[in-house]
Ligand binder design. Sequence first.
Ligand code: HEC
Length: 479
Amino acid sequence: MELPVFHLDYLNNRTLIALIAVLHVVINHGMAVGGIPLVVWLEAHGARRGDAEWDALALRILTAFFVVTTTVGALTGVGIWLSASLVNPYAIGSLIRVFFWTWFTEWLVFVTEVVLILAYYKTWARWTGPRKSSHVKLGRALALASWVTMALIVSILGFMMDPGSWSSDRTLFSGMFNPMYLPQLAFRTPLAMVMAGAFAMMVLIVSTGRGEPLRVEATRKIARWTLAWSLPCALGGLWYARSVPPAMRSNLPVALLTQALERWSSHATQATIVVCATIVLAMLWAALRPARVRSWALVLPAILSIALLGMFERVREFVRKPYAIAGYLYSNGYRVEDYPLLQRDGLLANATYTPVRVITAENELVAGREVFNLACTRCHTVDGINGIRPILQGMYGRTDANGEAEPWQRDVISAYVGSMHNVRPYMPPFPGSDRERDALAAWLVSLQTRRDVIDGAQVTGVVALPRPDRGTSSPSSVH
Ligand code: HEC
């Protein structure tokens, strides 16, 4: 590894990315990809009827979407880059090499999108009367640009799950049109439209009075929009679920919940169905009885769809484990093809930033901590989310004769780490040497007898030692 390992204990690196990314996707899907076409559709409807009040409502919805997408939306977009390149620089590095032109195009389309949304927003009040139809056209161009940015990025998300024939031909085309691409796009597009309907309802509730004719009419219209997109959304979701590679499907129970709650996962699937049905029922109520529907029923779809999208992104991120890029790069940041070398010579010998290179009886614990840092912290913390200390304390109900939780012992841990990828296929095989595995086990055991991580030292080892010249066989030199 050429870069120091960034580690966030308690919260966990993955949670950091997840919080930023889910917020970004909620805003992007609901307020840009789905939001803009919905606003344009409402605007065109108002224009056809020459209804100024309706036009003002469409502008209010646009204003809300515009403010949120250009502030929190844009910042979290950059935040994904920042957090993902901190946590797994090698995954981002590899993706940039494969998808350079995709991202370059994405940047051009994104700049176009920003220019168009500014123009669309600023000209709303001025392009009236005979120019209204041009304004609607401008909105359509913006809607297209928003969709294209998503369509480009989704190809990369699909690639990480299943690179398909890219694994053999290594072309950008097969990378983009990977087996997961179209199903995922077919799901995300209508999902964005459904979310837009749910969010527009929120603006409607806040900005109109109960029983007001405008509210009644707009409730019906927006509910119809949402219902119309619900069926394609469900079909896209099914297609997508079916195209997840079978090996990944076995990760689903843990992905949906956690290992401790795995047996509840069948209920999680049922809960997902109930949540979807609730959104549809609330929208049906709004479409059929727009004057009577309660405000809480109109707020519900927004909250539920955010929860659903968050869960969906979590599952998508989790099922591709143990890989960051299926078949090519493990989630721990090590490439599959570098494993033989690393397992022979060790992680420490190949790391740029480490306080230890050669393990001795004296530095064993520091070395073990460092191995944990390099091989496990992309997914584990010491004490927080997925914390290794509580896991090893016998978290899963192993108790001794007195009913006390029984910690795992050194030899058990060492043996376990050697075969953890067989027992728990979502974990990558241990990337280091046997001696390092042993040192890791020693450190993990020592965690059970003291509270601090290791004599006040942090888990993040950023002390650079000179590296012996390893010539061109260095695995990190190819990153
Ligand atoms: C790709 C992510 C990932 C990596 C890398 C990883 N783990 Fe895990 N590990 C997990 C997940 C996820 C769980 C299950 C947590 C849960 O839901 O309870 C887990 C569970 C465990 C368990 C408990 C398993 C059981 O059978 O009950 C141990 C022990 C463990 N990991 C040790 C390690 C060690 C040591 C390393 C580093 C050499 C490591 N893991 C690397 C993701 C990972």
